[in-house]
Design a protein around this ligand. Sequence first.
Ligand code: NCD
Ligand code: ZN
Length: 343
Amino acid sequence: MNEIRITRPDDWHVHLRDGAALAAVLPATARQFARAIVMPNLRPPITTAALAQAYRERILAALPEGANFTPLMTMYLTDNTPVEEIRRARDAGVVALKLYPAGATTNSDAGVSDIRKTYRTLEAMQREGLLLLVHGEVTDPEVDVFDREAVFIDRVMRPLRKDFPELKVVFEHITTLEAAQYVAESDRFTAATLTPQHLLYNRNAIFTGGLRPHYYCLPVLKREQHRLALIQAATSGSNKFFLGTDSAPHASVLKENSVCGAGCYTAMSALELYAEAFEAMGALDKLEGFASFHGPDFYGLPRNTDTVLLRQEKWSLPESVPFGEALIKPLRGGESLGWKFIG
Ligand code: NCD
Ligand code: ZN
């Protein structure tokens, strides 16, 4: 029997939501990961240190008995985030701010309309050592949906890196060859997270035998050449690439709808999905660095010291699970997986 034991991983990008939804999805993340970077795109968004602190308390209160899990809090950067809020954020243990271009994705209406409006705040972040996490897509309606990440690199990322060379920036959930190359060639202040769905699937998955809403997330899946570039980056051993599931739960009724919300729910089988992607490349030996070392090293946090076991064993993910009053369908729900997280 094939087994691998790795240092316990962390999830460097997850959506835990709030209320009944939080209670429904948090146990899955806390079962596999020691820590997670919690996205701030609630309604209303987490825009202040006080809101982040209160959200952390709600997460801790929703944890199952005996869970050993630390939420790492983020704040939502807006055109108006006051410079003074950065010091308060640091004192409250907030580790990063998230840049959503206004209108780019789920609950991003409060996002940044022009990055130059945030420059004084970014300066304070660079000074205080807070990271900037970037949803890297332009929202210009003239730009094709599949090109929005590549265009973002030239229009926003390059000028930003030039103006704030020592601000640590994570290019979140990258989906293209262009982004993988950009990050690989950048200096030690730039890194990227990679989701399981972008390592396993290309855009055909959204259209196989009909429209498949559970494969729709943002940034949207791209062509096979891009998937190949991403899995090569993830398995290269480069410390600039690390695990961030972007597990983004939406009730099934809102996915299987005339307007389908963006997001794949992967928390229930996150490590299994990554193991499948790494195994297909013959690179299971690179999984630990990607899942457990590169993230904390980039964030300047200690690595975890306990371990988890993954076993090669066929099992079936439930078709759907309760999500408050509703149901949620995990990515690959009702299908079998070849790896199993043992714990
Ligand atoms: C995320 C969500 O649902 O909050 N959706 C997604 O497709 N990834 C938002 C985001 O991270 O873009
Ligand atoms: Zn996300």
